[in-house]
Design a protein around this ligand. Structure first.
Ligand code: ADP
Ligand code: ZN
Length: 617
């Protein structure tokens, strides 16, 4: 596999020049970002690379550019069959000769791609991983020249991850069959454990690792108390994201459906996506989300991997994600274009109860349940923190950092309070109820007892006679629920059985009898205009006054062009590119060609139309 490692030699410099030339000419970008240049140099030298970059970090260029510079075809292995057509369309719009082979094609279509491959008429070939296990595909590859293998979404090889694909395990043999061809594995999953597993399972032992910062500074993180989640979501959209594309994640299929209906009924165009829908409906909804502007996709986590729509302006979670990794991947789908975006999560007591219960009753051995439990604990700690959300997220991925100034706790500092006495009251109520073991008492009942409410259940069981009855009038109902939630989050209470019965844990006694201090996050007063100081405008339209009209004309031109060609608007040009055109207002093709994102092919294809659009004002 390894050629002699060239230090800085003449050919390297020449090849570097070639990479930069491709970046300028084909993609229209002025410079490489982050580790891109180093990664590309590694592949150009014939060596392997393992790349961890957050979503939107610019992974695709890391294999697309060297595939164009090196002899032969870059073979990209991706599990995202439903997106291959779009990826290929986007490359063709740049003048790159791309094709794919997967199960959605008929024999005729496949043959056409195979012929193009053998004739040397392809720069990039996308393959579903299962294709590579078919001997005829391997033989086809044997007959052509391969520039490199790119293994996208490489975390799919991780056996405990939620995206595990058995077909990925077989990719370890690529190296045996094509030892001369450099390989690059890429993922946006950040943990060291996953990285190590990728390296071993894909047999990438000699690959250099490139781990980029996982910070996504343009995403504002917010986690709010859950009250009426659909209404809260709608308030968010109306206040800050009217007309924007967004993704809303829900845990269950039924809440996906109900939420999509709710949004539609309130004039927000929304589509459902979950594994229970017919494959054709899913594909149609995904296609509309990608092609139309301002559509909200309401989905389970079945949706989103590989979605490279750059202008998703918000990602909202109506239910608690099961892990920080999941949360980070999902929220990362916002703002790939680098423009300001929102990650918003509504979270409440019922979420904690439900997730703890799900773990309790899940299949698998004790070790598996412990692993699920520690994932959940990390997620809960993020929700309950009074520190900067972003620095806590990054710390989880092993990256140091200070307060970010762009998350809810930075913008509206959260306070903590000494909740030792409140905790003792809850724990002692649970302790007393626990003696009546045959009965099931959830959080609501415990709070009623502390508040001294004579509910039917309280009367039925004679709980007004308990010594804890009515000892908690200093807090309101919602505040007590917050206390119970945080006790659950901190592992000082447990949930048992199907009914969410509260119980004590090994750690409860220290609080109850030895007065171990407990601190809680203060529940902020809920106001409609919660944490945004100014009614922020849509970022894409955040332009100098004189450029706004031009930008809107360009957008209208783009929408018409995209519709005519049946491609998403962002494949024509990104918002960021249109913004820059609107601001610079170039007078000729040469000036237009200098705008970031305007490459040779698009300049030739759209240049005159853009200039005409600019002059039409
Ligand atoms: P990832 O696959 O890591 O999520 P992408 O490859 O889709 O990210 O890149 C994210 C966005 O950044 C894309 O819109 C891409 O065109 C843009 N981009 C990538 N590299 C550069 C660069 N060097 N200069 C300008 N834009 C870039
Ligand atoms: Zn912050």
């Amino acid at each position: 596999m390894t050629q002699a490692a060239p230090i800085v030699s003449e050919p390297d410099v020449v090849r570097d020049g070639a990479a930069l030339e491709v970046l300028h000419r084909v993609f229209g970008y002025p410079a490489f970002r982050g580790y891109q240049a180093e990664i590309i140099a590694e592949l150009l030298a014939g060596r392997d690379a393992l790349v961890l970059m957050p979503t939107g970090g610019g992974k695709s260029l890391c294999y697309q550019v060297p595939a164009l510079v090196r002899d032969g075809v870059g073979v990209v292995i991706s599990p995202l069959i439903a997106l291959m057509q779009d990826q290929v369309d986007a490359l063709r719009a740049l003048g790159v000769r791309a094709g794919f082979l997967n199960s959605t094609q008929d024999a005729g279509q496949r043959q056409q791609v195979e012929r193009a491959f053998l004739a040397g008429e392809l720069d990039l070939l996308y393959l579903a991983p299962e294709r590579l296990r078919v001997e005829s595909t391997a033989q086809l590859l044997d007959r052509g020249t391969i520039a490199l293998f790119a293994i996208d979404e490489a975390h799919c090889v991780a056996q405990w991850g939620h995206d595990f694909r058995p077909d990925y395990l077989a990719l370890s043999t690529i190296h045996e069959r094509w030892p001369e061809v450099p390989r690059i594995a890429l993922t946006a999953t950040a943990t060291d454990a996953t990285r190590a597993e990728i390296a071993t399972r894909l047999n990438l032992t000699e690959a250099r690792h490139f781990v980029a910062s996982f910070d996504r500074p343009n995403i504002a993180y917010r986690i709010v108390g859950k009250d009426q989640p659909r209404q809260q979501l709608m308030d968010l959209i109306h206040a800050e994201h009217a007309g924007d594309a967004g993704i809303v994640y829900c845990l269950s299929r039924s809440s996906v459906e109900a939420t999509a209906e709710f949004l539609n009924a309130h004039g927000i165009p929304a589509l459902p996506y979950h594994a229970g829908l017919d494959a054709r409906v899913r594909a149609a909804n995904q296609s509309r989300f990608l092609r139309e502007e301002g559509v909200v996709m309401v989905a389970t986590i079945a949706f989103g991997m590989g979605i490279d729509k750059p202008d998703v302006r918000f990602v909202a979670h109506l239910d608690l994600p099961k892990s920080v990794e999941g949360y980070y991947q999902e929220t990362g789908r916002a703002g790939r274009d680098g423009l300001p975006s929102t990650a918003w999560l509504a979270y409440g007591l019922a979420d904690v109860v439900q997730q703890r219960k799900m773990i309790e009753t899940s299949d698998g051995d004790a070790a598996h349940r412990r692993r699920l439990g520690s994932h959940l604990d990390a997620m809960l700690a993020l929700c309950e923190t009074v520190e900067c959300r972003r620095s806590q997220l990054l710390a989880y991925f092993g990256e140091p950092g200070g307060p970010c100034g762009n998350c809810d706790t930075c913008l509206v500092p959260a306070e903590s309070w000494d909740g030792t006495v409140a905790a003792q009251k809850v724990l002692s109520a649970v302790f007393r109820l626990d003696r009546e073991r045959r009965q099931r008492f959830g959080a609501g009942h415990v709070v009623d007892i502390l508040l001294g409410k004579h509910t039917a259940k309280v009367d039925q069981f004679g709980h007004h006679a308990l010594s804890v009855f009515g000892i908690g009038t200093e807090l309101r109902d919602g505040e007590w629920r917050g206390v119970v939630r945080q006790l659950l989050a901190q592992g000082l209470l447990s949930v048992e059985g199907d009914h969410g019965t509260l119980g004590l844990t090994n750690h409860s006694a220290a609080v109850l009898y030895r007065g171990r201090e407990v601190r809680f996050r203060r529940e902020p007063e809920r106001t409609r205009s919660a944490s945004r100081t100014s009614g922020s405008k849509r970022p894409a339209v955040d332009l100098p006054q004189e450029a706004v009209g031009v930008f809107e004309r360009l957008r209208a031109w783009r929408a018409a062009t995209a519709a005519e060609q049946g491609i998403p608007a962002y494949v024509v040009f990104h918002d960021a590119t249109l913004r820059q055109i609107a601001i610079l207002n170039p007078g000729d093709l040469q000036g237009l060609g200098r705008v970031s994102g305007v490459g040779e092919n698009k300049l030739a294809k759209y240049g005159e139309q853009i200039l005409a659009t600019l002059h039409s004002g």
